[in-house]
Design a protein around this ligand. Structure first.
Ligand SMILES: Nc1ncnc2c1ncn2[C@@H]1O[C@H](COP(=O)(O)OP(=O)(O)OP(=O)(O)O)[C@@H](O)[C@H]1O
Ligand SMILES: [Mg+2]
Length: 223
């Protein structure tokens, strides 16, 4: 699915409520269906903010987002949620795994929200776990996982959703170089094969080199 961002602007009030800080000051890009984009930039530059806006978890102050010809920005909150569930998978910087559920259940749960049967959810979840080399952990409690393992479960959860868009926030931040390379390779391969548009926030040169377009946020703008 094609992603278009037109002039996205976002500012936040700081704690003293006196100053507005312009975090994003006019971000525009087109990402064709099946292409991949990396976003880098210093801590606090607005990378996670931009992903939140693209996914509709946060609203821009100005600017529009289109998916193919659909103006996402014009949708109501519940319509955005519905669209996201069907079309966008997120890999969060902080994993967002559910502590009361095991690894397999964490991946299956959003699939059941999407309407898949238990049998199909399990099939997709097991295949995604295989992609991140964690099949042996399917019955583990997520509270026992290392940071890198939890990160890979987050990636498997996104892959299993089988959406046309994946947004990943530092998906290899907790992985060693070899694991990072193999996980990014399988993420990029799956996306290419299924024509998934992939947006990855990362500082890692070996990740950036595998994606089609590389952008950096500096002073609220893409360079
Ligand atoms: N809800 C909020 N209220 C106020 N300020 C916010 C809010 N969310 C983000 N910010 C501020 O906006 C700026 C950008 O935050 P963001 O999380 O997008 O940065 P980032 O580029 O992802 O950084 P990192 O590399 O550390 O993850 C930061 O200065 C942050 O403090
Ligand atoms: Mg961030």
């Amino acid at each position: 699915m094609k992603i278009t961002c037109n002039n996205i602007c976002k500012s936040f009030q700081n704690n003293s409520m006196t100053l507005n800080r312009d975090v994003l000051r006019g971000i525009s890009f087109d990402l064709e269906s099946g292409d991949s984009l990396s976003i880098s930039g210093p801590s606090g530059a607005g990378k996670s903010t931009l992903l939140n806006i693209i996914s509709g978890l946060d609203d821009p102050d100005r600017g529009d987002i289109y998916f193919d010809n659909l103006c996402f920005s014009n949708l109501k909150t519940n319509e955005k949620t519905k669209f996201r569930l069907q079309n966008i998978s997120l890999v969060f910087q902080s994993f967002n795994l559910l502590k009361d559920f095991n690894v397999l259940e964490n991946i299956m749960l959003p699939l059941s929200y999407k309407g898949l049967s238990k049998k199909d959810s399990e099939k997709h979840a097991l295949s995604a776990l295989d992609n991140v080399d964690l099949s042996n952990f399917k019955l583990s409690s997520v509270t026992t996982l290392s940071g890198g393992e939890a990160q890979r479960v987050g990636i498997a959860r996104a892959l299993a959703m089988n959406t046309k868009i994946i947004l990943a926030d530092e998906p290899t931040g907790n992985l060693d170089k070899d694991t990072s390379n193999s996980i990014v390779n399988s993420l990029v391969d799956v996306c290419k094969m299924n024509k998934v548009s992939l947006v990855v926030v990362s500082h890692d040169d070996s990740v950036l080199s595998k994606l089609n377009i590389n952008k950096k946020i500096i002073d609220g703008k893409f360079i």
